[in-house]
Design a protein around this ligand. Structure first.
Ligand SMILES: [Zn+2]
Ligand SMILES: [Zn+2]
Length: 413
């Protein structure tokens, strides 16, 4: 048995032996039903070609303006980077840095690392710093938010059409194409690339780990035998191995409390100020929702209400429930709690939607004589809530849900 033939379920820790699946097929865990891996064409040169195409579209999307706004002959255009700079200069450096990370830096890191790795694998060799590159892909993918930005751009456009003439620019179409291409790129799982790399360098056949004492690497997915030492590193990627995320519940609680406290100013403080001939107006998140509702766009009002108000609140409630039941070692509905955890993981990034709308709005509405919009302190608090709840869900170890549940004959890591 090859050492990468074993796979441990991310959500409940059950060990499975890996079996090949056809493209578009999914391998599900026998106990918690979560998808462990998908069948894709694991052809490195094909992956390299798609990644290169996505990278070119990414550069076009970043360089060209996304939309242009015309008011009585005054025009203003916004590129993504230009909008981030406007936000930075408007005394919101932290929010600007977060938007830059999630929409420019991390997608670029992901695409460049993936291109480098797949080109090397296609050429039949393992690149230098293979581990570091795959770790970068793993990390960048968790925090990259191109698809959320795309919806944010669409909402901004609809919002602006009621104020001024909106001209669609090439950057918009490039972002739309990039969103579609990234949906394919995301299927190139770093864990599978790790196996492709292993297949190139001959690995010694090692005996499969004794099931009662197996440790699963949270970075590369390799299952190793627990040698009983206090500190043990993954033999493949050298990450520190843990039976469970260290201090998972303590850290989850700390981040949840911080997020819950900041949720209050995020909703009460203004997220935007409008300076116009009629004076100064401020907007909170809820007044933005009401604006869309009153101006005849109930669908948009609903999207922003759900993404900005309901989702963060549900995330806080769901994570508190998961942490509390795990702490009590509850055996109550483990399957449903795992599904809840997966939903929290999935929706986490979508709460950034309103921050992206604010970023673009601030950059577009800059007509000195008519109106100027700047970001308010609520935006900073809101951004912090989103980042803290995402960190909280990453700290929570879903295997804690299953630890008190008696196994049904399966072997665990
Ligand atoms: Zn499972
Ligand atoms: Zn590893």
């Amino acid at each position: 048995m090859h050492r990468y033939d074993l796979i441990s379920c991310h959500d409940c820790g059950v060990l499975h032996s890996r079996r090949p699946v056809r493209p578009r097929e999914k391998a599900r865990c026998v106990r918690c039903r979560s998808v462990m891996y998908r069948g894709i064409h694991s052809d490195a040169s094909r992956m390299a070609a798609i990644t290169l195409a996505a990278l070119i579209v990414f550069v076009i999307a970043q360089c060209f303006p996304i939309v242009e706004l015309d008011v009585n002959g005054n025009a203003s255009r916004a590129t993504l980077l230009g909008s981030i700079i406007v936000l930075w200069q408007g005394h919101m450096p932290l929010v600007a840095a977060a938007v830059f990370m999630f929409t420019v830096l991390l997608p670029a890191v992901e695409l460049l690392s993936l291109l480098h790795v797949t080109l090397a694998l296609a050429g039949g060799h393992k690149p230098k710093s293979f581990n570091l590159l795959l770790y970068a892909i793993h990390l960048a993918r968790r925090w990259g938010m191109t698809e959320v930005l795309m919806i944010g751009i669409l909402i901004t456009i609809v919002k602006m059409t009621s104020l001024a003439t909106v001209v669609l620019e090439p950057g918009l179409f490039a972002f739309a194409a990039l969103t579609l291409m990234l949906a394919i790129v995301v299927s190139f799982d770093p864990k599978m690339l790790w196996n492709l790399g292993d297949a190139l360098t001959p690995q010694p056949d090692v005996p499969p780990p004794v099931p009662q004492a197996a440790l699963s690497c949270h970075v590369c997915g390799l299952v190793s035998a627990d040698n009983g030492a206090r500190r043990q590193d993954c033999p493949r990627c050298h990450a520190r191995l843990h039976h469970r995320h260290p201090d998972s519940l303590g850290r989850t609680w700390a981040l949840l409390v911080a997020a819950a406290i900041l949720y209050i100013p995020a909703n009460l403080l203004p997220v935007m100020y409008t300076h116009s001939l009629f004076g100064l107006e401020d907007d909170t998140i809820i007044s933005g929702v009401l604006y869309f509702w009153d101006s005849g766009s109930p669908a948009l009002a609903a999207i922003i209400f759900i993404a900005s108000i309901v989702v963060p609140l549900l995330k806080l409630a769901a994570l508190s429930l998961l942490a509390w039941t795990a702490q009590r070692r509850s055996r109550w509905r483990p399957l449903q709690r795992t599904v809840l955890y997966r939903m929290v993981e999935f929706v986490g990034r979508w709460s950034m939607l309103d921050i992206f709308v604010i970023t673009l709005t601030v950059a577009l509405v800059r007509f000195q004589t008519l109106a100027t919009i700047t970001a308010g302190p609520g935006a900073l608090a809101f951004c912090a809530v989103v980042v803290l709840t995402m960190l909280a869900s990453m700290q929570f170890d879903p295997r804690l849900i299953w630890d008190p549940v008696p196994p049904n004959g399966e072997k665990h890591a």
